[in-house]
Write a protein that binds this ligand. Structure first.
Ligand SMILES: Cc1cc2nc3c(=O)[nH]c(=O)nc-3n(C[C@H](O)[C@H](O)[C@H](O)COP(=O)(O)OP(=O)(O)OC[C@H]3O[C@@H](n4cnc5c(N)ncnc54)[C@H](O)[C@@H]3O)c2cc1C
Length: 392
């Protein structure tokens, strides 16, 4: 039996970050990863709000581009320009960053075991069984599921997690055509509450993708049509195609049970509005590490429950607002969206969004829009009341 204080299942960015924190505290940590190489294939647009620098280590060498703002596109291409004078987000080399975070965990003392696919866990005893190596059993005082959207650990105490698909292309224009300072989200009721993104990584190359509640073939059709119909991408070469899953945030999901906890995509810790999971996952890794450390120090497994309380205290309200925004967004037709874009432009919303907008928390902006009575001019009263009630 291979005994550890903590067994982390999955060497994604969240698992490696958590493992680094716990190994730094001097605990014996193993990370079991099913892949033979950390970080591949890429399953991310790699856009991180500037807050990342306060939340995790991000050396500049992994930053491909700094983004100052966005052009928000309506279905018929009315554009809202938002942004600030200083960088608001970073576009990162996600594969290299995942490898870096795993190396940091190893440097802190964690044992990283690649080609170790977990088949089953016993959350009462802390035993972990591998798929192709039935003789080798691991045991941890605490088991941490950071095994992504289809988490085996989550399945032990939650119903199957719902996920939506995402598809992304790496486009090469072979000449300088892109404005590198801005990303371009495109909305359309056909894919709501998902959207299409264009994220430049250089003047000639961009990541163009989307997430929506549709199958991969349908996503590919939508993406191909979008590129074909958009003059900006004339003569674009698709260098690579990527696909992945984004878990649907579920406020009822349990993230602690017996000796097990969940963090990151495994815990469905993703922003409902954008599907982004890195910043929230990293913040939760920190919260979880504090609780796990106390649990091990005091040798009292009951302390583990505090992770769930701390997580809800920190994120409940923001995620509630984002779910409401998502529900409203989903209910809008393209006609509604066009009307909304026009009204927002007339109502000087570009300045308001530039001042209060934040990729990672939309509640402050929504509050300001309600205060400015901007929402009343663009949304039916019922919907405005619904979102206004969130703060009561
Ligand atoms: C197309 C796309 C674009 C995205 N763009 C962004 C973005 O721009 N910004 C952002 O913040 N987020 C983005 N996301 C979301 C982001 O990628 C995830 O939230 C993030 O990867 C979650 O990290 P994680 O460590 O929790 O899980 P993962 O990155 O999924 O890592 C899980 C790890 O567990 C391993 N594993 C799984 N099962 C087992 C098993 N049984 N045994 C052992 N190991 C196992 C996997 O191999 C993997 O290494 C995007 C997602 C997609 C699909």
């Amino acid at each position: 039996m291979n005994k550890f204080d903590v067994i982390v299942i999955g060497a994604g960015p969240v698992g490696s970050t958590f493992a680094r924190y716990i190994a730094n505290e001097g605990f014996k940590v193993a990370i079991l990863e099913r892949k033979k190489e950390v970080g591949v294939p890429l399953q991310c647009a790699g856009l991180l709000g500037k807050k990342i620098k306060d939340i995790n280590i991000l050396p500049d060498k992994y930053i491909l581009n700094k983004v100052y703002g966005a052009y928000l596109h309506s279905p018929s291409n009315t554009i809202l320009k938002v942004g600030r004078k200083d960088p608001q987000a970073y576009v990162i080399d996600r594969i290299a960053y995942d490898k870096f975070l795993a190396e940091q965990a190893v440097d802190a003392g964690a044992k990283l075991l690649l080609n170790h696919k977990v088949k089953d866990v016993n959350i009462k005893t802390g035993e972990v069984y591998l798929e192709n190596n039935s003789n080798k059993i691991f045991q941890g005082k605490i088991i941490v599921g950071t095994d992504g959207h289809a988490s085996k650990v989550s399945d032990k105490f939650n119903p199957k997690t719902k996920s939506v698909m995402a598809a992304q292309y790496l486009l090469d224009m072979k000449k300088d055509v892109f404005d590198m300072d801005n990303v371009n989200p495109h909305v359309n009721s056909n894919i709501s509450p998902g959207f299409i993104w264009m994220i430049p990584i250089s003047k000639s190359m961009a990541r163009v993708g989307l997430f929506a509640n549709k199958d991969y073939n349908k996503l590919n059709h939508i993406l191909k049509d979008f590129i074909h119909d958009n003059i900006l991408y004339k003569n674009a070469t698709i260098l690579k195609k990527y696909q992945g899953f984004i878990p649907v945030y579920n406020p009822k999901k349990k993230i602690v049970k017996d000796r097990a906890i969940l963090i990151g995509d495994a815990a469905s810790q993703v922003k409902p509005t954008t599907g982004g999971g890195l910043i929230i996952g990293f913040e939760c890794a920190k919260i979880a590490a504090n609780t796990v450390s106390k649990t091990l120090q005091k040798e009292d497994i009951n302390i583990l429950k505090k992770y769930e309380n701390e997580y809800r205290k920190r994120f409940k309200n923001e995620l509630k607002v984002q779910i409401e925004v998502q529900i409203i967004f989903k209910s809008l037709t393209n006609q509604n969206l066009e009307y909304m874009f026009l009204k927002l432009k007339e109502g000087n919303a570009e300045n308001l969004i530039s001042e209060y907008g934040d990729m990672d928390s939309q509640s402050i902006l929504i509050k300001e829009m309600i205060k400015n009575r901007l929402f009343f001019s663009i949304l039916p009263k019922l919907l405005t009341r619904r979102i206004g009630n969130l703060w009561k």
